[in-house]
Design a protein. Structure first.
Length: 78
């Protein structure tokens, strides 16, 4: 299992807006460079991209949660 970590502190979102579907759902294929979420810092949104390929297992926290740098955002199975 591999983990996707937050590169910076902020607020984590699993979808682009409340009306949009989540970026990834359990069982979805994930390729290197796929966006799995957003971290907002001072009204700037940074896309969080997968650095490894695999199958999406789960988000580690709820959308809208505060995160710290290095915190696990999501997990992939290989």
């Amino acid at each position: 299992m591999s983990q996707i970590l937050s590169p910076l502190p902020g607020t984590f979102y699993t979808q682009a807006s409340p009306e949009e579907p989540v970026y990834k759902a359990q069982g979805d294929a994930v390729a290197v460079g796929d966006t799995i979420g957003l971290v907002e810092v001072m009204k700037t949104f940074i896309e969080i991209k997968a650095e490894t390929a695999g199958t999406f297992a789960s988000y580690a926290l709820e959308s809208g949660a505060a995160v710290t740098a290095g915190q696990v955002l999501a997990e992939l199975t290989e």
